[in-house]
Design a protein around this ligand. Structure first.
Ligand SMILES: NC(=O)C1=CN([C@@H]2O[C@H](COP(=O)(O)OP(=O)(O)OC[C@H]3O[C@@H](n4cnc5c(N)ncnc54)[C@H](O)[C@@H]3O)[C@@H](O)[C@H]2O)[C@H](O)CC1
Ligand code: K
Length: 511
């Protein structure tokens, strides 16, 4: 178990940076498995993964770079040829310029009768599938020269693509595309799963990630603290406290949503609804008076209060167990007053949308340990005084910088949302482009409010909430497609996720 009581680390696969994987390689070699044997294990694992995914394939085009990533490709080419496949082996660097394990691998493939031809810009890829063995953890800087051409040709081929270790051109630590990157169908990665395969541009580039440990137990290297951990749906049940039969709504907390400035009612309603749907005992909504009727009609279970300004809040903040501030807040005096009232309490806060923009502009210097900020890259840029491009160029660093500066827990939303907290970094591998629509952030803030209201530890609640929110979006997309996926669709899907299915007899048994 991890240091925080209910965070079973066994479910969160460790993710490493490239330098940590190289350190693991070094230690493995020092422990007696020499480099070429490790390369042979890697290539064999990639070959098994390829055959499992494409059992019908009878020909390959293997593009080999000048380093050990290319070495993996040479060994795989020999394995495929030995099983009767037609193999086109293409070299980015002449055999005689190779060295070390890569040269050993290339010579072995040649000795096994596998032909080799130099890369040419007019080359035709004749295989039915491409193996991308150009660049791995040794990629340094923007992709240059023939490697760039080769990557573009691979992407233009229209063929299925298996990337060795990392799609060439993708940064192993940040998931950023360094000029150009392969768009793989499947990526087989070795020894340590890599942080850069799960965030930034990676989710759209890696295809299916097939992690193979090659017999190396990275977890045993306790001094190698993983760069992040990969959230897994298997954790949902472990993180949700069971409900006692004798429970009453007071046991599940009271969440107060502050939002819906005049003209911005929808966001606040979405947050309040998600909060109710995810199990808060009571939900109050403090919003502009014009939204009261709509709230009563849409969600009568939410106790809605019309607020001309923060002065009308009265005892509401003190009566709540958690405050969600930001959905539809606006940045005018109404919104500023609501945020000020929230900051004046010592209650756990979920801070989103315009509340984040106000933290960056009018309420600067704030820091607390019991809040969660949920910026998208644009809001993160304002909070760190950077550009959105700089945020996206190194999302893990941005998430950690936000957490360092503001304290508590930070969610940097986007493909492969990141959760940065005292436990370190967690990456969410779920979600889809259907989430790029208005209200998704409001739904997340409501989900987080509900889990905090029910008493989950801050970091657990945030990791769980981000996971459930994204997984619900995947379920909703499976049911009805990504286009037109609405935030309101999520709350119900998310609700099913936080209610582990019970058979009828189980339900009877608990009566
Ligand atoms: N024991 C091990 O280390 C194992 C490693 N495995 C595989 O090896 C690669 C890492 O290999 P390395 O030689 O360090 O680097 P790469 O092959 O990824 O790249 C070096 C290669 O690429 C050229 N290059 C670098 N930057 C650029 C650039 N910006 N543009 C163009 N070309 C570039 C450089 O000149 C070299 O030719 C790892 O990913 C694994 O695939 C085994 O899998 C396990 C054992
Ligand atoms: K590669």
């Amino acid at each position: 178990m991890s240091r925080e009581a209910n965070l079973p680390e066994t479910y969160c696969r460790p993710l490493y940076r490239a330098d940590q994987v190289r350190e693991l390689d070094k230690r493995t070699i020092a422990a007696g498995i020499e480099g070429f044997a490790l390369m042979q294990r890697a290539a064999a694992a990639a070959w098994q993964s390829l055959k499992a995914r494409w059992p019908e394939i009878r020909s390959l085009s293997v593009l080999c770079g000048g380093g050990n990533n290319g070495g993996d490709g040479h060994v795989l080419a020999a394995l495929a040829a030995a099983e009767g496949l037609a193999v086109q082996r293409i070299l980015l660097k002449p055999l005689e310029e190779l060295s070390g394990d890569a040269r050993h691998a290339a010579d072995m493939a040649t000795a096994a009768g596998v032909g080799a031809e130099p890369w040419r810009s007019d080359i035709r890829l004749v295989g039915a599938l491409v193996v991308d063995a150009l660049l791995g953890t040794g990629l340094g800087g923007e992709v240059r020269g023939e490697a760039r051409e080769a990557i573009e040709a691979i992407n233009a081929s229209g063929l299925p693509i298996l990337s060795i270790d990392i799609p060439s051109g993708l940064h192993a630590d940040t998931g950023a595309v360094l000029g150009v990157a392969v768009k793989a169908t499947r990526t087989v990665t070795f020894i340590g799963d890599k942080l850069g395969l799960h965030t930034g541009a990676a989710p759209a580039r890696v295809g299916e990630v097939d992690f193979r440990a090659l017999g190396v137990d990275a977890d045993a290297e306790t001094d190698l603290v993983p760069a992040a951990r990969l959230l897994d749906a298997g954790m949902i049940a472990a993180w949700l406290p069971p409900r006692a039969r004798s429970a009453h709504k007071g046991d599940f907390g009271h969440a107060l949503v502050l939002g819906g400035a005049p003209g911005f009612g929808g966001a606040a309603l979405l947050a309040a609804e998600a909060c109710a749907r995810l199990g808060a005992g009571k939900v109050s909504l403090a919003t502009a008076p014009e939204h009261v009727t709509a709230s009563l009609v849409r969600r009568p279970e939410v106790m809605v209060h019309g607020m001309r300004g923060a002065g009308d809040l009265g005892e509401l903040p003190e009566q709540a167990d958690v405050l969600v501030v930001g959905p539809g807040l606006g940045q005018g005096s109404w919104g500023q007053g609501m945020l000020q009232a929230a900051l004046a309490t010592d209650k756990p806060l979920v801070v989103d949308a315009d509340a984040l923009n106000l933290l960056a502009t009018r309420f600067t210097g704030q820091r607390r340990e019991n809040w969660v900020l949920t910026p998208h890259p644009g809001e993160a840029a304002r909070l760190l005084d950077l550009s959105a491009g700089e945020i996206e160029s190194d999302r893990p660093a941005a998430a950690l910088a936000l957490q360092q500066r503001y304290g508590g827990v930070v969610v940097l939303k986007g493909a492969g949302s990141l959760v940065a907290g005292p436990e370190g970094l967690a990456v969410c591998p779920y979600g889809n482009p259907g989430m790029a629509s208005g209200g998704m952030g409001d739904a997340l803030s409501g989900i987080l409010g509900a889990l905090l209201a029910q008493g989950l530890l801050l970091e657990t609640a945030v990791r769980l909430g981000v996971l459930v929110h994204a997984l619900a979006a995947d379920i909703a997309a499976e049911q009805g497609g990504e286009r037109g996926l609405l935030a309101g669709d999520l709350a119900f899907c998310a609700r099913t996720l936080v209610n582990p299915t019970m058979g009828v007899d189980d339900a009877a048994a608990t009566r």
